[in-house]
Design a protein around this ligand. Structure first.
Ligand SMILES: Nc1nc2c(ncn2[C@@H]2O[C@H](COP(=O)(O)OP(=O)(O)OP(=O)(O)O)[C@@H](O)[C@H]2O)c(=O)[nH]1
Ligand SMILES: [Mg+2]
Length: 430
């Protein structure tokens, strides 16, 4: 393989030069800023391309080595943890032929590979017409996106038109700007040259990166002889009690194995709150314990020791109400059983990223294990959810997508979240 370098005022300008000189066959290895923009001086970027020697067009004349830009060792102002990103990208590069293939079931994969082996040869003219139509469709999209009048961040000036659609979709999803720019930077730098041609392949690549970056806690059924204890905490009215009822129904009736489920209510200040869960417990014939003071917490857990799952409902607290959060903390502290309690922070997806972050910080003294997002049916943008999980590195365990018990509960998956983020919530895809 031959290593060639090209320079330009932006990475996309350098890329255009590369395409003009050596066509589309090269593989982008590195992009770096070799000269910072300063007063009266343009920035200068260098891209490094690897290409098989026999694919270099005869018309291409390589500059003598002395005239090429020196390769700098370190790149300044690194936006993100590059080693981490590179590891993820190298995983992604294994699936770049068709990033979606990774998520297909074996039957789908089989049918794709067997159909590709069939001897069907498309007539050349038809292929050309299809390619022209694809190019035209893409150009229309690019023109549409040029009318998008969002205030341009610095990075946007360097974004090639084919990336504009995905950038607009992600920006409108409520994703934190820094996260979006970082994701875009990774996509720009690591995407194989020949995938940059049209916005559909750019979108697929970006989706793959997003999927890899969402932390998800997979649901693992409780092992025989052990127990799962989950406590749902969060602001008032976010859907904790409703979610407990959905989870209780799921574990006791809806999984392959039927588990024994018990409920504990810490919310004893409001009669209504206890009554709400009591009704569900009666309907599903579940054991239920109420706790007024922290010392009763251990007794309540002990009396449900015959259960496989114990679900604990708590009083809703404003994220600023330190007293109520403190009360929950005292109960957790008073736990004298050997059970490990999974603390699930429940938050509505309908609030913006900054508010989710404040909520998370105020509840973090409870030692949050996973995140659960509710009311996905009441919002349009899902970038806030992605950003919170990405920023806090706390995995998402469940989504609640409506008021119906038990059906409006979704086991978290990165596929589902990325689909919501880019195309909105669609009940038929649940
Ligand atoms: N649209 C929609 N409504 C929901 C969802 N989850 C819960 N709700 C509704 O939100 C309201 C509050 O739900 P609760 O489960 O009582 O909320 P909570 O967090 O227990 O409230 P407090 O105990 O008062 O803190 C109810 O009307 C629920 O039906 C959801 O995913 N989507
Ligand atoms: Mg409640």
């Amino acid at each position: 393989m031959k290593i060639l370098t090209f320079t330009g005022k932006t990475p996309s300008e350098a890329l255009k030069k590369a395409k003009m000189e050596i066509g589309d066959e090269g593989m982008l290895i590195e992009t770096k800023e070799i000269q910072k923009k300063a007063l009266g001086r343009e920035a200068l970027y260098e891209i490094v391309i690897g290409i098989d020697e026999e694919l270099i067009p005869a018309s291409y004349k390589q500059k003598p080595l002395s005239k090429q830009q020196p390769l700098k060792k370190e790149s300044q102002d690194v936006l993100y943890d590059i080693s981490n990103a590179a590891r993820q990208i190298s995983e992604i590069s294994k699936v770049v032929d068709d990033p979606l293939k990774e998520y297909m079931d074996p039957v789908q994969k089989q049918s794709i590979s067997s159909s590709s082996h069939q001897n069907f040869v498309e007539p050349k003219e038809l292929k050309e017409i299809k390619a022209e139509i694809n190019k035209l469709t893409d150009k229309v999209k690019i023109i549409q996106n040029m009318f998008w009048d969002e205030k341009a961040p610095d990075l946007e000036r360097q974004i090639p038109p084919e990336f504009a659609e995905i950038y607009r979709l992600a920006a409108q999803s409520g994703m934190n700007r820094e996260h979006l720019d970082m994701l875009m930077q990774i996509t720009l730098e690591h995407m194989p040259l020949r995938m940059r041609e049209n916005s559909a392949t750019v979108k697929r690549y970006f989706q793959t990166i997003l999927r890899k970056m969402v932390p998800i806690r997979r649901e693992t059924p409780v092992m025989p002889g052990s127990k799962k204890v989950m406590m749902l905490v969060g602001p008032t009215g976010v859907g904790k009690t409703t979610s407990i009822a959905k989870l209780a129904a799921r574990y006791s009736f809806l999984m392959e194995k039927k588990y024994k489920v018990g409920l504990v209510v810490l919310d004893t200040y409001r009669i209504g709150a206890v009554e709400q869960l009591m009704q569900y417990a009666r309907m599903m014939k579940l054991g239920i314990e109420t706790v007024v003071d922290p010392p009763e917490f251990t007794t309540a857990l002990d009396s449900l020791k015959y259960c496989d799952y114990i679900l604990i409902d708590t009083m809703g607290s404003s994220p600023y109400d330190k007293n109520k959060i403190e009360k929950i903390y005292e109960c957790l502290n008073a736990n004298n059983t050997q059970y490990n309690i999974d603390v699930v922070l429940v938050m509505p997806s309908s609030i913006k990223y900054e508010d989710l972050k404040v909520t998370y910080e105020n509840f973090s003294s409870l030692g949050i294990d996973t995140l659960m997002f509710t009311k996905l049916d009441e919002t349009m943008g899902f970038g806030n959810i992605f950003s919170l999980a990405y920023e806090t590195k706390k995995p998402i365990s469940y989504f609640s997508v409506g008021q119906e018990v038990p059906e409006d509960l979704v086991i978290a998956s990165s596929d589902f979240l990325v689909e919501c983020l880019l195309h909105g919530f669609n009940r038929s895809k649940v």
